[in-house]
Design a protein. Structure first.
Lengths: 134, 345
């Protein structure tokens, strides 16, 4: 790739920042150039974020009808999934899956809720409440 | 702790330089700070950072891992080992110990590299924050309750509050950083760059060509090409997620473009002048051409995900196979070139 071919698509996600791409200058020498975004990257980044948003929305919707625990919503909202949440808390995966059910989650001792809250970067109160908007 | 006001602030003079990749960026910056003139491509090349691996059993959000480089940590290890540099490194069981030790080093004037999660760093743009535990950055000072940070993939110097940094350093799970901090402890007075370059190139090419595992190196690329060809067209949503994930691993996660291929080509170009072997520069151009093909693959895949191009799995598979063929030829030529000693007097 040549220096003038380095895409400058001002990606929203970069928030005005840029990143380094290595490209060839006029003399065919490699230089570190600055790239403000590339459409291909934007597409796949949006795709990944939308996937989390969709899952968080579904969980929010079900939690509102008491068909899922608030934990499930907060998990996806913090860009995690049951596997990652299990790894980050140290719980077994099947246990995390159980806690995604509203009844089981409601009965959890505060000790465990606190552990989830810490892992997700929330206060224990935030963890058990569902925001107005997903 | 009994600290006077003057000792709650420290800033170690340091020149920030943005780089493509976090690990090679941090280690080359730390070495430059200790008067070893080394560029990021050189650090990446000597570390033998280039690679390819498809690891279906390591999942990120339910998707398999596609790696275009050697595992986290190996860049720092590989580089320092080949240059004869000893690193000081320490991990911690308790976050408090980790934060206290970080402060102690900073106030003794020592700049340190640390491993963190990317999600909890408060200065990262919201959309770029994902749970990836092997991010690397340099802490060069502290002011009140904020750490002064030179993050090699960010264009400017940044700050991060102590709570976020503690969380980022002590996340759990795959590749958990466990508060890892490091800096060069001893650097030999004379560094044999030529020898290191030769060994590194032989290592990388051997890795790509001869490792007898079907999911690594050139064989790994071919394996993935076949996998894409045989995707079930009825599961288009999942397939799109997989392709999008591949493109993200290749481009977005700080690779310098084309899954580190451009970075490695830059290294080969530099190596050509260090070793006085012009042929390496020719091979570097060939690698650039492969990198361009990887980028075309990424663009096609992204467009197909978005629906701007009809989904065509065999087109993508053929592009990958072409990358594999060309890369194989390049690594073979590199080996021949390195094994034949240069004709010096």
């Amino acid at each position: 790739m040549r220096e003038n071919d380095v895409p400058q698509h001002n990606a929203k996600a970069f928030m005005g920042h840029s990143k380094v791409l290595y490209a060839l200058d006029g003399q065919g020498r490699y230089v570190a150039t600055s790239c403000s975004g590339w459409e291909a990257e934007e597409i796949v980044l949006d795709q990944a974020i939308d996937e989390f948003k969709q899952k968080a929305f579904n969980a929010w919707d079900r939690a509102r009808q008491s068909r899922a625990s608030t934990l499930e919503y907060h998990m996806y909202h913090q860009r995690m999934d049951p596997e990652l949440l299990a790894q980050s808390t140290g719980f077994f995966k099947w246990r995390v899956h159980r806690h995604l059910k509203p009844d089981t989650f409601a009965k959890l001792p505060n000790r465990l809720k606190k552990r989830y809250a810490e892992t997700l970067g929330l206060t224990p109160t935030q963890l058990v409440t569902l925001p107005e908007q997903p | 702790m009994n600290e006077s006001l003057s000792s709650t602030q420290i800033e170690i003079p340091f020149k920030h330089q943005q780089s493509a990749h976090c690990e090679s960026g941090v280690i080359s910056a730390l070495l430059r700070h200790h008067h070893v003139p080394i560029s990021e491509p050189m650090a990446f090349g000597i570390a033998a950072g280039l690679g390819y691996a498809y690891l279906p059993f390591v999942k990120f959000g339910g998707l398999p891992l596609f790696a275009y480089r050697m595992p986290p940590g190996s860049i720092i290890r590989g580089l320092t080992r080949r240059l004869g540099i000893t690193m000081y490194s320490e991990t911690f069981r308790h976050p408090e110990d980790g934060m206290r030790t970080l402060d102690r080093f900073l106030f003794s004037g020592q700049m340190v590299g640390i491993q963190t999660s990317a999600f909890w760093l408060s200065y990262f743009p919201q959309d770029m924050r994902f749970h990836f535990n092997a991010h690397n950055l340099i802490v060069y000072g502290k002011s009140e309750n904020e750490y002064l940070i030179s993050d090699p993939v960010v264009d400017v110097l940044v700050k991060c509050d102590a709570d976020s940094l503690r969380k980022a350093r002590f996340t759990r799970g795959v590749l958990a950083p466990r508060g890892l901090l490091y800096f060069p402890k001893s650097i030999p007075p004379k560094i044999d760059l030529e020898q290191a370059i030769r060994r590194a190139i032989l290592y990388t090419t051997g890795m790509m060509l001869y490792v007898p595992v079907p999911i690594l190196g050139i064989r790994g690329i071919r394996y993935v090409a076949n996998k894409i060809r045989n995707l079930n067209p009825r599961r288009e949503h999942d397939n799109k997620l997989l392709l999008g994930h591949m493109v993200r691993m290749q481009e977005e996660i700080g690779t310098g473009g084309a899954g580190f291929r451009f970075l490695y080509a830059a290294f080969l170009q530099e190596a050509a002048s260090v070793l006085h072997q012009d042929r390496l520069a020719v091979i570097a151009s060939a690698l650039t051409a492969v990198g361009d093909e990887w980028r075309r693959f990424a663009l096609n895949a992204a467009k197909m995900c978005k629906g701007r191009m009809p989904m065509d799995y065999s087109l993508l598979a053929n592009q990958l196979l072409q990358c594999a063929e060309q890369e194989m030829e390049i690594y073979q030529q590199l080996r021949t070139e390195i094994k034949q000693r240069p004709t010096t007097l």
